[in-house]
Design a protein around this ligand. Structure first.
Ligand code: SF4
Length: 161
């Protein structure tokens, strides 16, 4: 007899085929090019937080980014990539540069969201400084990009890295 605590209460997750293909490919590339572990430090340089919310969704059981070997961490000293969101305000400008300095080489900057490129909806705000001193290696467009688009962006980045 199966007791109630022995039952499975969640349904197996059904991924769409396209997403599953991208996940398999991404896991393979992370293994080939980053030894199985790609570590990301995200820096919000003045965003509306929607890009961060979409990145958070990548850690849920559906997208399950950790399983592919991609981790978000707090310390830049353990990171490979700086994932940069936001416009680069006066207050955050030096913090972004400082974070980049602390990431050991080889390192990359991935910018996420349209406002990192041309200020987007914040175009007329007074507090903008931009990202002039940072060399952006890869850009993920969208305002905000969906988790699938971000995953696709990571895949393209890994192919080029
Ligand atoms: S790109 Fe759009 S969604 Fe992302 S932080 Fe900028 S304004 Fe917000």
């Amino acid at each position: 007899m199966i007791r109630f605590w022995q039952k499975r209460f969640t349904n197996p997750i059904q991924l769409d085929d396209e997403l599953e293909k991208k996940r398999v490919q991404l896991k393979k590339l992370v293994k080939q090019k980053f030894g199985g572990s790609l570590v990301i430090r995200m820096v919000d340089s003045g965003s509306c937080n929607a890009c961060e919310a979409e990145c958070n969704a990548l850690s849920n059981p559906y997208y399950n980014l950790e399983e592919l070997g991609i981790h978000f961490i707090a310390s830049p000293r353990h990171a490979d990539v700086m994932l940069l969101s936001g416009v680069g305000t006066f207050n955050m400008y030096h913090h972004s540069l400082d974070c980049f300095e602390q990431i050991p080489s080889p390192k990359w900057v991935i910018a996420i969201g349209d406002c990192t490129k041309d200020f987007g909806i914040f175009e007329k705000t007074y507090a903008l400084k931009g990202h002039k001193k940072l060399k952006i290696d890869f850009f993920i467009k969208g305002c905000p990009p969906s988790p699938s688009e971000i995953l696709e962006g990571f895949l393209e980045f890994c192919e080029k890295a």
